[in-house]
Design a protein around this ligand. Structure first.
Ligand code: BGC
Length: 458
């Protein structure tokens, strides 16, 4: 005890030397964090979300430096005239000045590689000693993924990416497309805990969300020559189809609908091709869920004024299902729609009959291995997953515009730390990889497994 006290007093005498900074990619802040809030040289502490700040290499820093002990970035909220109920295309809704391509928006475009993901992957590859695995890991940096705008603080980064894509387009004579995920609804992730967001409905959340959308719009407006494709709000509408028995989802219903409507209308006005998130085969693909799902999507789409740039739906985001499974995975038993193409083929006609002629994109980023889940509903860092089919417009279906990688493989789904505020029991299941860091942050061992198990191999 005495020894300990002596050490303590010694430490207080030489603070500058004993105060170790967090390493690059290490945690440096967030609710409940008591460790170091400074970062190793060459990196900066950046708020990932209210629960986690991370030391990012200064070159890839996606946001302005944030105070790691304050959870929420300050936002300026602009009053809005759009109706909050999700209904009605009021006269204040801006309209696009261009007409969308009637055909597949991915065709003829070079997909912009997210510098942020590339830097994560490069740092990950640098940690691998086996030279074959290292080379395979490094090659992932050349595969396009979506960039998630999961906090308002990241929105300014979009302008940097668009400017870069614009410059690349000019230099190469090719047309460029930037892929983003719009992901900041108030009371986000209402049926789970792992990805709870920064805005609360009770605390001006819907207006904060509209401001977040306005920030994205302001950047996009500046680069009319760069095409933007967006996945809108993973899990949100699917939760409204099946999880209204969860109090937080019931409470979020109106805000989700109003938020998604606002996103559709504002992003439509600046020509963003949109796909609303539609869960996956094991969620809305159950026969009993198809019609309610189609009705919700179609009604929202129509009440938003059938925005021309809303191209359709995105499925399997951050999930593990095959687009087309050779044989049904055992966990899919009882559902004739045992893979994404069966789900899409079943859903599309119902949507069309409801007035929403939707096309689809399908996330296959982590779908390389099947038969890895104990239950179909398991979603958190599933053990033994592998990178899947590479992004392509060669999808084998006229309904499917593209196979895409929406979830940046290697970024975590949720923490396995049972005492964390955002601990979700799914992340503690037997088929969930552990120990896992906070959602959205880098999970090195999981990335290495994805590389090893990639199918087709890297
Ligand atoms: C996390 C986000 C992250 C996204 C992509 C989600 O589960 O909540 O913070 O950006 O995954 O990795």
């Amino acid at each position: 005890m005495l020894k300990f006290a002596a050490l303590l007093s010694l430490a207080s005498l030489i603070p500058a030397f004993v105060e170790a900074a967090s390493p690059v990619w290490g945690q440096c802040g967030g609710q409940g964090w008591t460790g170091d809030t400074t970062c190793a040289s060459g990196s900066t502490c950046v708020v990932s979300n209210p629960y986690y700040s991370q030391c990012l290499p200064s070159s890839s820093n996606p946001t302005t430096t944030a105070n790691p002990t304050t959870a929420n970035p300050t936002t300026t909220v602009r009053p809005t005239t759009t109706s909050a109920g999700g209904g009605g295309s009021s006269s204040s809704v801006p309209q696009p000045t261009t007409t969308p391509d009637a055909s597949n928006p991915f065709v003829g475009y070079q997909i912009y590689l997210s510098p942020y993901y590339a830097s994560e992957v490069q740092a990950a590859a640098a940690q691998i000693t086996d030279s074959t695995l290292k080379a395979k890991a490094a090659s992932v940096a050349n595969i396009p993924t979506f960039t998630w705008f999961d906090v308002i603080a990241k929105t300014s980064q979009l302008g940097t990416y668009l400017a870069d894509a614009d410059a690349k387009a000019k230099a190469s004579g090719q047309k460029y497309l930037v892929q983003i995920v719009v992901y900041d609804l108030p009371d986000r992730d209402c049926a789970a805990l792992a990805s709870n967001g920064e805005f609360s409905i009770a605390d001006n959340g819907l207006n904060n969300y509209k401001n977040y959308i306005d920030q994205l719009v302001a950047q996009i407006k500046k680069y009319p020559n760069v095409r933007v494709v967006a996945v809108i709000e993973p899990d949100s509408l699917a939760n409204l189809v099946t999880n209204l028995n969860v109090a937080k989802c019931a409470g979020a219903q109106q805000a989700y609908q109003a938020g998604v409507t606002y996103a559709m209308q504002q992003l439509n006005a600046v020509g963003v091709y949109m796909y609303l998130d539609a869960g996956h085969a094991g969620w809305l693909g159950w026969p009993a869920n198809l019609t309610p799902a189609a009705q919700l999507f179609s009604n929202l789409y129509k009440s938003a004024g059938s925005p021309k740039f809303v191209r359709g739906l995105a499925t399997n985001v951050a999930n593990y299902n095959a687009l087309s499974a050779a044989t049904p995975d055992k966990v899919t038993q009882g559902n004739p729609n045992y893979d994404e193409i069966h789900y899409i083929n079943a859903l599309a006609p119902v949507l069309a009959s409801e007035g929403f002629p939707a096309h689809f994109i399908v996330d296959q980023g982590r779908s390389g291995q099947q038969g890895i889940r104990d239950q179909w509903g398991d979603w958190c860092n599933v053990v033994n997953a592998g990178f899947g089919t590479r992004p392509t417009t060669n999808t084998g279906s006229s309904l499917v515009d593209a196979i895409v990688w929406v979830k940046p493989g290697g970024e975590c789904d949720g923490t396995s730390n049972t005492s964390a505020v955002r601990y979700d029991a799914h992340c503690g299941l037997n088929d969930a990889a552990k120990p896992a860091p906070e959602a959205g942050t880098w999970f090195q061992s999981y990335f290495e497994t994805l590389v090893k198990n990639a199918s087709p191999s890297l």
